[in-house]
Structures are given as C-alpha cells and as structure tokens.
Design a protein around this ligand. Structure first.
Ligand SMILES: C[C@H](O)[C@H](O)[C@@H](O)C(=O)CO
Ligand SMILES: [Mn+2]
Length: 424
C-alpha cells in the first residue's frame, strides 16, 4: 500500500480549509486549540494491567479483566517505556502518562502497596522530564491478597481498611512528587472494586466506611498546583454485579461535598446511558472532571476506543461547553488480543480526531438555529458536517506534528513488532 505524499496532504488541506471557511470555521484556529489539549495515556494498556511487583504479575480480581494473549507485552518498566516511546512517536501533539501504583521500578524487591514511595518512581520521573510529559496516578486496589474478598477501603475489617488507606496516602505523596518534578498537576484517581456479587443485606455500612476512609486519605490538603484528587464511580464489575459501594450517586455526593474531581468512565454506566449527556450536568456543579474514555461492549469490557458517535458526542460537549480547561481526558482500555502499541495509537488518535472534528464544527451557527427554533436547519447542517473533508485537516495536522499521516503509522508498529515485540 502506497503512503500519502506531503504534496497530496497539502493540496487536500488547502481545499478543505476553503470548505470549512465557507461555514465560518477557521481550520488553523481549530488545529492550534487541538495542540493544547493533552490526552493522558494509560500505562496499563502496555501489559494487560499486570504491573511490575513480581516478574510474572497478572491482573487478578477487581472485577475487571484483560482478555487475549497477543505476544509481546511489556515485562519490565524499561520495556513499557520503550513501547510508550513508540506509541507517542505516532500520536500528534504533547500528551501525558497515567501510571498505576503497581508499575514502579521495584528493582526485584518485594515492596508492599503501603510501602511504595516516590523513589520507586524516580526512573519514570526522569523519563517524563526528558520528554516534557505530565503524569497522572492511581492507587491499585486489586491483584493483592488483601483485596481477595472484594473489599478494600470499605472492608468491615479495620486492619484491611487501614492497609488500603496507607496505600492511598502513599500514592498521594507520589502524585505530589510527580506534580513537583514535572511542573504540572498530577490527577490522583481513586477507583476501588468493592462490592457484592449477590444481594447485600447492608448497603449502608460499606458506603459509610468508604466515606470515612476517603476523608482520612484526603484530610491533608495538598497544593492543587501539584495534585488534584479524583474519585471514580462504577455501576458493576465482574463479581460485583449486585452492588458496588462506590456508585455514581455515592461519588457525585462525595465530589460535591469534598470538592474533589469526579471521574466518569465511559464504560461504567448502563449501556444506554452516555457520559456525553452527563458532562454538562455534573459540570454545572463541579469545578473539574476526569474522563476515563473507554468502550464497553455489553459490559465494561474496555475495548479500544473507536471514532464512534458517542466519542464524537463527548468531544462535542467538551468544545461546545467550553470545558476543555475543566476536563482532564484520560484513556482507559486494555485489549490483550491485538498489538498493544497499536491499541494505544488507534485509541489516542481517535480521541484526538474526535476533538478535531468537534473543533471544526460551526457551533455558533448551530446554536443560533436552535435558539431560533429552526431545528430543520440544525439537523441539516449537522448532517452536512459529516461529509466535509475532515480527513484532509487531520492528515495535515499529523504532517505538521511530524507523525505519519493516514495509515502509514501501522507499518512503523509492524516493524517494531518484528524487531522488538516478537523477541520478548
Ligand atoms: C485499571 C484502571 O484503574 C481501572 O480500569 C479503573 O479505572 C476502572 O475503570 C475499573 O473498571
Ligand atoms: Mn476507569
């Protein structure tokens, strides 16, 4: 397959620019804004959420599952960093990295979760500094014997609760170290799997325990310049089908009263509920939101995000509502059945494409039609926008950011698979 030439990209862009200008849309402004939006790439796509606590660590429990056994997953922090470098080199713009606590450089030592410290992440910090990346962070409340019965921060066992409180406290300190070292606030996101497979007899006590544990964790005020705390809700998980302690209403109330961020994961709601419709509702009351952009199929299956109607709707909401500075965009998918570097590239490029499409929308015109009650014109224009030459602007954006336009990135990943991944 032949690749698109620079001249083809530039010629197509010139024509596309005119088409958008005719609708009052400035493609240069759209691309300029797009370049200022960071996407936080989740490290856990690189190794199926295993982490590096032990050489053969795999995801267990937590109500989540990575399925597939595609060869070449990262086995060490160095391999993961190399894979991330490859992915970042194929994604236009400057982005962020989202780490989980189980991904430290532990140097072969057994370091329990409540003992992790910033020094276990110093190699990550050095790597991030060299690349001018910001970091986000997550405590890991799964794949651990003290989470085996499905309860962590809301456990009825005070000892278990205390252990996980200490873990989260340690993670806040690591987040603070990231924020200080990298010069950009680290979003520290708490997600716990706690819940029951079958009908609970007491829904209240675990929620009250979780509230108190979170209050203990967040008691120390950290500078927002370094750390922003977020809490992530969920409807159900594998093995917690009947009851999840940290439900949407629970964390909505928590975030509102404690002034934390609320994390909305697009896979964490009923299949017919959409986060695109929730954003303006929660942002009417909350200062900031963290997104975990994922793709559930029938359940929270964490498929790689595609350029779907819902992804476009999500990006439209961010742009139309002027929320880009109040919403932190993180990704959360983990597909072990395809090349993992390709998974990052496909998903992240799609997130950026959706944002570009939204930025190329003549929003003011659409909103005028709406206010005038001219819903015919609103629908007509929305449909016409779908066939405008968006791809030409996207290719040009890639060209300007020195990453392959069109499909050419795939050959780079295939070569990397041949040279590096297949040797693991
Ligand atoms: C590994 C992540 O923290 C995890 O996916 C969490 O964010 C989640 O979405 C659980 O379903
Ligand atoms: Mn998530």
């Amino acid at each position: 397959m032949s690749t698109i030439t620079t001249q083809q990209v530039e010629t197509s862009y010139t024509l596309a620019k005119e088409r958008y200008a005719a609708l009052g849309v400035d493609t240069e402004t759209a691309m300029h804004t797009l370049a200022s939006i960071p996407i936080s790439l989740h490290c856990w796509q690189g190794d199926d959420v295993g982490g590096f606590e032990t050489p053969d660590a795999v995801l267990s429990g937590g109500g989540i599952q990575a399925t597939g056994n595609y060869p070449g997953k990262a086995r060490t922090p160095d391999e993961l960093r190399a894979d991330l470098d490859k992915a970042f080199s194929l994604i236009p713009g400057t982005h962020r990295l989202n780490l989980h606590a189980i991904y430290g450089d532990f140097g072969g030592r057994r370091v329990d979760r409540n003992e992790i410290r910033p020094e276990h992440f110093s190699q990550w910090i050095n790597w991030g500094k060299e690349r001018k990346l910001g970091f986000d962070f997550n405590p890991s409340f799964f794949s651990h014997p003290k989470a085996d019965d499905g309860f962590t921060l809301s456990s009825a066992d005070a000892g278990i609760r205390q252990f996980w409180i200490e873990h989260a406290l340690a993670c806040r300190k690591i987040s603070e170290a990231f924020g200080k070292a990298l010069g950009t606030p680290c979003v520290h996101n708490i997600w716990i799997p706690d819940g029951y497979k079958d009908l609970p007899a007491d829904r209240k006590a675990p929620r009250e325990r979780l509230r108190d544990a979170l209050d203990t964790i967040l008691a120390e005020k950290l500078d927002a310049q370094y750390v922003r705390d977020a809490v992530e809700c969920k409807l159900f998980g594998i093995g917690s089908e009947s009851y999840v302690v940290g439900s949407h209403e629970f964390y909505m109330g928590y975030a509102l009263t404690r002034k934390t961020l609320l994390c909305l994961d697009t896979g964490h709601f009923h299949p017919t509920e959409v986060v695109s419709d929730k954003l303006s509702a929660v942002l009417t009351f909350l200062d900031e939101v963290l997104l975990h952009v994922s793709r559930g199929i029938r359940w929270d299956s964490d498929h790689v995000i595609i350029l779907s109607d819902e992804l476009n709707a999500l990006a439209q909401e961010l742009v139309r509502g002027d929320y880009l500075k109040r919403v932190h965009i993180g990704l959360d998918f983990f597909d072990a059945s395809i090349n993992r570097v390709a998974a990052w590239v496909i998903g992240t490029r799609n997130m950026i494409k959706a944002l570009l499409l939204a930025l190329l929308e003549p929003t003011a015109t659409l909103q005028e039609y709406e206010l005038d009650g001219d819903f015919t014109s609103r629908l007509a224009l929305l449909e016409e926008l779908k066939t405008l030459p968006f791809g030409a602007v996207w290719d040009y954006y890639c060209l300007k950011h020195d990453v392959p336009a069109g499909y050419a990135w795939l050959a780079v990943v295939k070569q990397y698979e041949k040279d590096v991944l297949s040797q693991r």
